[in-house]
Design a protein around this ligand. Structure first.
Ligand code: FE2
Ligand code: FE2
Length: 354
């Protein structure tokens, strides 16, 4: 097997100072039924990364994930047409390595944010649920990093836009801002991106990994929705406006997160190629698609004033407000269960042949 350079530079650690207050809740009996049911579900649905996923599958490090070329941002551009076969292999491999690396770093952000929620959220039922999510997020970091280091053998550092968003969310001392930034915005965006890979990837390990992570994420988004739907009506209009403003700014920043300039630079492409990709129809529809989950969630939690509706209208994603979130989440659960059934059938077949 060819040996690749694995980690592409970047710092080895990152510290963020925060002044958040750690809160005890002594009302042990005041739990909300819906949240306690979600906690019960989160506890029962735990899984082990090394058992549920088949790591013995061979993944070609030269063509990981197996996304169709038509979905590569460079596909159809003069730069793609000029590439040799070897250069196209690199273009595919670097794009997937970059994308999965941002998933992995984002998952570590989720791990840290959820641990922070355990400390700062005022209600014990939310602390219970968040505790199950902490282990989910640790598992997500584990499976993405294992896929990257063992299979793709190429890891990109944290993207600058994602870094600045994580910094703002973690630094903010208000518990609901951690939810809003992480559970609603970052996870909402990630869910859409994971979904694209789950549905379009042809490499079975990457497909299953994303499907199983999505099954957990569907619960996480529900957690954010329950907590914020209860809390936001209690705030003043000025406080809600401030949160809306934060969402508008974060959404614009996130739209710029998936441009992949680091990849084009690494591949030695000119700035012109990066600009071309940024304005291409494919990337525009991909960036819009990333908002399929965020828009209905923001509407659902009641941050639906003129600032946010104007921003979503300008971005061309306002129509997602009408999508059926519960149906999407049920579909995420079903997709993972289908894969489990398939896996069990395969295990039974192998056992019967032995
Ligand atoms: Fe996660
Ligand atoms: Fe999550």
């Amino acid at each position: 097997m060819t040996t690749f350079e694995v980690a592409l530079g970047g710092p080895t650690d990152w510290g963020i100072d925060t002044s958040a207050t750690t809160v005890f809740d002594f009302d042990y009996k005041g739990g909300r039924d819906q949240l306690l049911r979600l906690y019960d579900k989160g506890t029962r649905r735990q899984w082990i990364g090394s058992d549920r996923l088949d790591w013995s599958l061979d993944v070609d490090p030269e063509g990981p994930v197996g996304m169709p070329d038509e979905l590569h941002p460079l596909f159809g551009t003069p730069w793609w047409d000029k590439m040799t076969d070897k250069e196209r292999v690199e273009a595919r491999r670097h794009l997937e390595a970059w994308r999965f690396s941002q998933f992995m770093h984002g998952e570590q952000g989720a791990l840290i944010c959820t641990a922070k929620i355990v400390q700062t959220v005022p209600d014990v039922d939310s602390k219970f649920y968040a505790a199950t999510q902490v282990i989910d997020e640790a598992r997500h970091v584990e499976v993405y990093s294992r896929y990257l280091y063992d299979k793709v053998q190429l890891v990109y550092p944290l993207n600058k836009n994602l870094e600045s968003l994580l910094n703002d969310v973690i630094q903010d001392s208000r518990w609901d801002m951690t939810y809003l930034g992480m559970q609603v915005l970052i996870e909402g965006l990630a869910l859409a991106a994971f979904g694209l890979i789950r549905n379009a990837a042809t490499e079975p390990l990457a497909k299953a990994l994303n499907a199983y992570v999505m099954q957990d994420e569907a619960r996480h988004v529900t957690f954010g929705r329950i907590a914020l739907r209860d809390y936001y009506p209690q705030l003043t209009q000025a406080e809600r406006d401030e949160r809306e403003e934060f969402c508008v700014d974060a959404c614009y920043r996130m739209r710029d997160r998936f441009l992949g300039e680091e990849v084009w630079e690494r591949l030695g492409l000119p700035q012109e190629a990066s600009d071309y990709v940024e304005h291409s129809d494919l990337l525009r529809s991909f960036r819009n698609y990333l908002f399929t989950r965020i828009v209905p969630i923001i509407k659902d939690i009641g941050l639906w004033g003129p600032r946010i509706t104007k921003a979503f209208t300008d971005m061309g994603v306002i129509e997602y407000a009408e999508s059926d979130l519960d149906a999407e989440m049920a579909n995420d659960e079903m997709a993972a269960e289908e894969l489990d059934k398939k896996r069990m059938r395969h295990i039974e077949e192998v056992a019967s042949q032995a």
